[in-house]
Design a protein around this ligand. Structure first.
Ligand code: ZN
Length: 261
């Protein structure tokens, strides 16, 4: 059975920037879906910001095992209701991979709960990614380091929570370093952030980058059934307790009376 991947593309730069359209004639999300579909066991489709509900209807999320998110210029145009729907799917077990400038996307910030800020520079400089977790499934088949000749710089400090694992650290020609491959779990969902992928550079045509994203899809996939009530907070009343229990203490929730009795 295939892992069902949905690649979400903002699809703005490709339409208005000639350089981006030339580097990614099949769009960025189309390029990512294409190389994923060359891998056995993965079936990728694409949706975009411009689709109704940004392509992320409840039905689409229900049939998505792993969601990949690339956005940059139009984070603010993503509807909050869709962001919440995505977060709930992650809490229920959907995997999600955030690429490059998705560090400032609404779903990433929602799931991290921190500013997710960083320093940056656009100078087409060399990035060297070091594998910092040799046995990690996301690093499978990679050399101990690899380079991207042209990339945007992202520098520390990166305003995210301490990750579960740091799989890659990047060094940039200008001297900065960055934790460029980070894993998290949010509810039942596996979350991976992967730094490279500035829109004017051919990063998603790079074989090592493609390998990372393919590995990350397999890592993020949770084969267990999706939890559909991940945000439920049920009351379990005294008379339904598994063991007999006597009610005591303040019961502000019921009658507003304070004090123990
Ligand atoms: Zn960028």
């Amino acid at each position: 059975m295939n892992i069902r991947v949905t690649v979400w593309g903002e699809n703005v730069h490709e339409q208005i920037n000639k350089v981006v359209a030339e580097v990614y004639p099949k769009t960025m999300h189309g390029t990512i879906a294409e190389f994923l579909n060359r891998e056995a066991g993965i079936a990728a489709t694409t949706v975009t910001l411009q689709d109704a509900e940004h392509g992320l209807t409840a039905e689409k999320l229900a049939e998505t095992d792993v969601l990949i998110w690339w956005g940059h210029q139009a984070h603010g145009q993503v509807a909050d209701a869709v962001v919440e729907r995505v977060a709930e799917a992650v809490w229920g077990g959907m995997g999600i991979i955030f690429l490059h400038s998705a560090h400032f996307s609404k779903p990433f910030k929602r799931l991290m709960g921190t500013p997710c800020n960083l320093s940056w520079r656009e100078a087409g400089e060399r990035e060297r990614l070091w594998v910092t977790s040799r046995q990690h499934p996301i690093a499978r088949g990679l050399p101990d380091h690899f380079e991207l000749e042209y990339e945007e710089m992202y520098g520390e400090p990166f305003g995210v929570p301490e990750p579960l694992e740091t799989v890659f650290v990047s060094w940039f020609a200008g001297g900065e370093v960055f934790r460029s491959g980070l894993t998290y779990r949010r509810g039942a969902g596996n979350v991976f952030y992967f730094r490279p992928g500035h829109e004017t550079y051919p990063t998603y045509h790079d074989a090592n980058v493609q390998k990372v994203i393919g590995n990350a899809v397999r890592w993020a996939y949770n084969p267990l059934p999706r939890i559909l009530d991940a945000t439920d907070a049920p009351n379990r009343p005294v008379d339904k307790a598994l063991e007999p229990i006597t009610e005591r203490g303040p019961r502000l929730h019921h009658d507003g009376e304070a004090g123990y009795r």
